[in-house]
Design a protein around this ligand. Sequence first.
Ligand code: MG
Length: 254
Amino acid sequence: MTIKNDNERANLLEAGKRLAAVLAALKKKVAPGVSTEDLDDFAEQMIRDGGDEPCFLGYTPEGAQRPYPATLCVSINDEVVHGIPNESPKILKEGDIVGLDLGLKHNGVIVDAAITVPVGEVDEATKNLLKVTERSLAAGIAKAIPGNHIGDIANAIQKEIESAGFKVVKELGGHGVGDLVHEEPFIPNFGRPGEGEVLEEGMVLALEPISTAGKASVVLAPDGYTYRTKDGSRSAHFEHTILIEKNGARIITA
Ligand code: MG
């Protein structure tokens, strides 16, 4: 989506505020003993109570064999992204990390964001994985200014993650958003500065670094959605929808 007027901009900002509120409420609910299905039910209810629509539920991404069956993606530990919370629900345990990825449609505008949250106390290495991955998102956002290229964002994310000794998942990345859940351009989390499409004022993008503590390889589970690390190492994922403005990016889902 490209924002062309104040009305579109206002809708986008409101959508982002609502999504951020749902994610913040979900974060508070994360605790040992909570089931992934409870989190999904809660997210769907809160979105509908606000008069909005979940936009992952029933959505069939390119290449998928069936529609996604839930509101929320819940990915635990070595699950990288797109974990299904409500088909064989899992119970969160102390020391786990859980990725919560959510899309919402408000007044026709779609926004997308994700956080990875510790369940109770986690070990130092895991804390560092979360910290570095969140920081890489900030580094990518800092490069999202008019005249820069997609590669500037991609490279900033990659540098932040790899300089800390972690790996970037290459198969997955960010994307345009707003009218649809996934739009052009694809935004890899690795690349070279100056490569790829030029960023322009008004572009709405979802940036989403996805890192691993071990090797970068991922495998798709038989459910057709859940990606896991091949070596069983932990993975983290943070995502914001941003709007490119004249002087830099505005985070819509903060
Ligand atoms: Mg996304």
